[in-house]
Ligand binder design. Structure first.
Ligand code: ASP
Ligand code: MG
Length: 420
């Protein structure tokens, strides 16, 4: 069995959705578990609906939701849904559920409502595409992944319960393959024991696909994108960026950690743990080789460049010149963990600790507030973090020329420069 994942960009228009049958026909002798994201920028649009709802602006929430409805209906109709088809009815059920919720007044935390609203992006895309494939002669079984992926109730960033999910896969997904070759479902979403919808964090569909691959012992996972494969830098910022044909798991997990927008950082572990190869391929030209990511250690890689904008540097200095020491460092790590803050760079000195993180003001305020019990706290905004793996000196010099360097850290194969 193979697992495929199609991202939002691969299904963002009728013309792109119409490419799917040809791609799938190339695999007609295989069993496929297919994970599909919400279409295009639907998730962003649904986030706006959730925000309007939570700020009690019902007209705005309804108007924005109306636009999302309209877009999906138009796509469904262009793809051939007739007026009173089962598809339109199923879409209608999804719409109604959200509209009911929008008319309620919020009594719970924002995260909860976010998940109940945002999850429908993938429900709609998969419902439409499943129906379209069916009418194109590609029979498939649609599954609501919320019946399969069990999570805790950390809304917006839910954690999978592997045990329950694994049992459900065995009992509910595997038998489907006795009747169909294609099981089509959503990424990014799951549900709690109380049947509340949850989401796994933005861009989480890659991770969902990797969980399926792991639990189904898939032969491989293929992530279909609108680019040729993984590049050594973002081509928008670096026009000389090149494709890399083969990478090791470790390289990719590091790239993702440092902020490369290749794949969701959590994707690699479930694959590495079962030694499942990951192919990144271009759905616009499936004959291109793409990128293969597997357990091999690849040498002679080009420099891999990751730029992270909008960084802050938090300086924590001891008040009376006493050493920061283990206790101060431990306190900092505890706060990072408590407030779910990722340290993109961390440096300890005698009387000062410095930590660079993404600029998420609510989190930083909490950290600054708590840290001020112990330290003098200063926060520096508007920074850029440049990470280069397998660096070459000339390249580094070129990329930091004219910039004010705030902090720099070197290891044997990676150099990180935080700059203004
Ligand atoms: N639709 C979700 C998002 O845009 C999940 C995903 O695409 O991976 O974040
Ligand atoms: Mg996406």
């Amino acid at each position: 069995m193979k697992v495929f994942k199609f991202g939002g960009a691969s299904v963002d228009s009728v013309s792109r959705i119409r490419r799917l049958p040809a791609i799938l026909n190339n695999y007609d002798s295989e069993k496929l578990l297919i994970v599909i994201s919400a279409m295009g920028k639907t998730t962003n649009a649904l986030e706006k609906v959730a925000e309007a709802f939570y700020s009690r602006d019902l007209p705005k929430a309804l108007e924005q939701f109306g636009n999302i409805k309209q877009e999906h209906l138009e796509i469904a109709e262009t793809l051939g849904a007739s007026d009173n088809s089962r598809l339109l009815q199923r879409m209608g059920d999804v719409f109604t559920e959200v509209e009911w919720l929008l008319h309620d007044r919020p009594t719970r935390a924002f995260n909860y409502y976010y998940d109940q609203i945002v999850c429908i992006g993938e429900l709609l895309s998969t419902t439409i595409i499943s129906h379209y494939l069916q009418t194109s002669g590609i029979s498939n079984q649609w599954v609501d992944v919320r019946d399969i992926f069990a999570t805790d109730d950390q809304f917006q960033d839910a954690n999978i319960n592997w045990e329950i999910t694994s049992t459900r896969l065995r009992d509910q997904i595997l038998p489907l393959f006795g009747k169909t070759k294609i099981v089509l479902t959503q990424g990014f979403i799951g549900s709690t024991g109380a049947n509340e919808s949850t989401t796994l964090g933005r861009e989480g569909s890659d991770y969902s696909a990797a969980i399926f691959a792991n639990l189904l012992d898939a032969e491989s996972l293929t992530i279909w994108k609108d680019v040729e494969g993984v590049m050594n830098a973002d081509p928008k910022a670096f026009p000389d960026a090149i494709y890399i044909r083969e990478l090791g798991y470790e390289e990719v997990i590091e790239m993702a950690f440092y902020g490369a927008q290749v794949i969701h950082p959590k994707t690699i572990k479930p694959l590495q743990n079962k030694n499942i190869p990951l192919h990144v391929k271009c759905f616009l030209d499936p004959d291109l080789p793409g990128t293969l990511i597997h357990s091999k250690h690849i040498t002679n890689l080009p420099p891999i460049i990751v730029l992270k904008q909008n960084q802050v540097l938090i300086h924590l200095s001891s008040r009376d010149f006493s050493f920061v020491g283990e206790e101060g460092t431990a306190r900092l790590y505890n706060m990072l963990s408590e407030f779910h803050i990722q340290a993109n760079l961390l440096q300890t000195g005698a009387v000062i600790l410095q930590v660079c993180t993404d600029n998420i003001p609510v989190k930083i305020e909490k950290l600054a507030h708590e840290a001020s019990e112990l330290f003098d706290v200063q926060v520096e905004n508007g920074l850029t973090l440049l990470t280069i793996r397998h660096y070459q000196k000339e390249l580094l010099e070129k990329l930091i020329r004219g910039r004010k360097i705030v902090l720099q850290q070197w290891s044997l194969d990676t150099v990180q420069t935080l700059m203004l």
